[in-house]
Design a protein around this ligand. Structure first.
Ligand SMILES: [Zn+2]
Length: 90
């Protein structure tokens, strides 16, 4: 926690990044921090669970809206289409 980087403009820096719970905004000073996905702090398992459920619901929504996963995994086509896009290296 000592690796804070101050560019001389501390007001622009997200100082509360690891200072408070993402769900209930409770201060995390001198208390256990429950991390989730590497960068989101929570004050308790309950709060973390809440965030997980929100994320889960969101991902489910995204997934079902994009494509039917069932039919995709069933017929595993050997010829995968890999789109790399246009990569310009200058
Ligand atoms: Zn909390």
């Amino acid at each position: 926690m000592s690796a804070y980087y101050y560019s001389g403009c501390p007001e622009n820096y997200e100082a509360h990044y690891l200072d408070s719970c993402s769900v209930c905004s409770k201060s995390l000073h001198n208390s256990d921090i429950f991390m989730y996905r590497g960068n989101t702090p929570f004050c308790s398992k309950e709060c973390r669970q809440e965030q997980m459920e929100v994320d889960e619901a969101r991902e489910k929504k995204l997934r079902s809206g994009r494509s039917l996963r069932k039919s995709e995994s069933k017929s595993s086509t050997p010829s995968k289409t890999v789109r790399t896009g246009v990569v310009t290296v200058s």
